[in-house]
Design a protein around this ligand. Structure first.
Ligand SMILES: C[S@@+](CC[C@H](N)C(=O)[O-])C[C@H]1O[C@@H](n2cnc3c(N)ncnc32)[C@H](O)[C@@H]1O
Length: 370
């Protein structure tokens, strides 16, 4: 997609899917954090856009605001919304939409449209105010949704993730990046975006597929190793020509956040216009479909736990953190099948006398894999 020049533009199917994920995630994230007793929360939309598409569809900042407003009675905390949009015309459109919603917005919600500033300027100033106060920033979700790769220095992503309760969702515009990767003018921008010079290796790779994999894995590793995110996963959107359009990288230190993000991902309705999959593990692409592919999950669990005695919660941690699957996917469809198989492939260790075979209500229940 070439970046539009007009103030507002048409919403494409792949962006609709992204919005769907964002809206669903925030619907559960904001109330959970609010119940966690945090006095303040923050949502940064670093590349906010005008807040509306040509046929009246909501843009990401308005989706986020509406998700919070729908849950306002469950959110006692103050919430700061920081909507950053470099272009003044787009920021002005967004400001008008926010102003129209003014009467619905409770006083504990602060909505700031930062027009004419870049994500980098606004996000660094946001973090700096807390550094100066000597306090960590509030739990913050940063949505980083550019048209390209400039204006998102990895050092800033790292700075956000250096706080335990901050997390990021980054759109990685693969097609655009791939097209410009060998362009000499862009070397400095790519150094900044990847936070390393290693991306240069991709230039010499023969096929687009190899470059795709290499750059994807590099960004994922940077999130895990340089930014030290406890959990980082990537999701791929393919268009109707079956070409990888963009990735979403999600990085967090929160297991609950990861569970909620996966729940949102699995609920996106695939359409004829795109397919959406988890591509974190280079050996295994898992499509998000109505019926999960349990034939992929079972061998992963067996490979990891064969011959071992562990707790049910260890299996859950593995499933959520290291596979594409959810915490709702492994008990009935994998553990139960293995326990009830003939001969059994899984044995509960000292289960309570009233336990029904093939059920795992206690996360501390020990189980032994054949
Ligand atoms: C992909 S669009 C955002 C779409 C929006 N997030 C949504 O989903 O509705 C990217 C936006 O970022 C703006 N932009 C470009 N560079 C920027 C920067 N460095 N900082 C902030 N905004 C920027 C562009 O003007 C454009 O409106």
């Amino acid at each position: 997609m070439t970046a539009p020049r007009t103030t507002i533009w048409d919403l494409e199917a792949h962006s609709r899917a992204k919005h769907d994920i964002l809206g669903r995630y925030l619907q559960s994230w904001v109330p959970i954090l609010a119940q966690g007793g945090f006095p303040e929360l923050a949502y940064i939309d670093g590349f906010a856009g005008p807040g509306r598409y040509s046929k009246g569809e909501d843009g990401s900042p308005i989706i986020a605001l509406k998700a919070a407003l729908e849950n306002a009675d469950r959110i006692g905390s103050k919430v700061t919304f920081l909507f950053v949009e470099e272009r003044e015309d787009r920021a002005a459109t967004l400001q008008d939409i926010v102003d129209e919603m003014r009467t619905e917005i409770p006083t504990r919600f602060t909505v700031k449209v930062e027009g004419g500033r870049t994500f980098e300027q606004a996000a660094r100033a946001f973090l700096m105010q807390y550094t100066e106060q000597g306090t960590p920033p509030p739990p913050t979700f940063a949505f980083i949704d550019p048209f390209g790769w400039t204006g998102i220095p990895f050092s800033l992503v790292e700075a956000i993730l250096s706080y335990r309760s901050c997390e990021v969702l980054v759109t990685f515009m693969y097609e655009e990046i791939n097209r410009f990767i060998g362009h000499p003018d862009q070397a400095g921008n790519f150094d900044s975006f990847f936070g390393t010079t290693e991306w240069r290796t991709a230039i010499a790779l023969a096929t687009s597929r190899d470059r795709n994999r290499y750059l994807h894995n590099l960004y994922l590793n940077q999130l895990r190793q340089s930014a030290k995110a406890q959990y980082a996963r990537s999701f791929e959107m393919r268009n109707d020509r079956d070409v990888a359009d963009y990735y979403l990288f999600y990085a967090t230190n929160s297991m609950l956040g990861l569970k909620k993000m996966k729940e949102s991902m699995w609920r996106v309705d695939p359409s004829g216009e795109f397919t959406f999959s988890d591509v974190t593990d280079p050996r295994q692409l898992v499509l998000f479909a109505k019926e999960p592919q349990f034939d992929i999950l079972r061998p992963r669990i067996v490979e990891r736990f064969r011959g071992r005695e562990v707790m049910v919660r260890d299996v859950e941690e593995f499933v959520v953190a290291e596979t594409a699957f959810r915490e709702t996917h492994y008990k009935r469809q994998v553990l139960r099948q293995m326990e009830l198989a003939t001969p059994p492939l899984l044995f509960p260790v000292d289960p309570p006398p009233n336990r029904a075979p093939g059920t795992y209500p206690d996360p501390k229940q020990r189980i032994r894999f054949a």
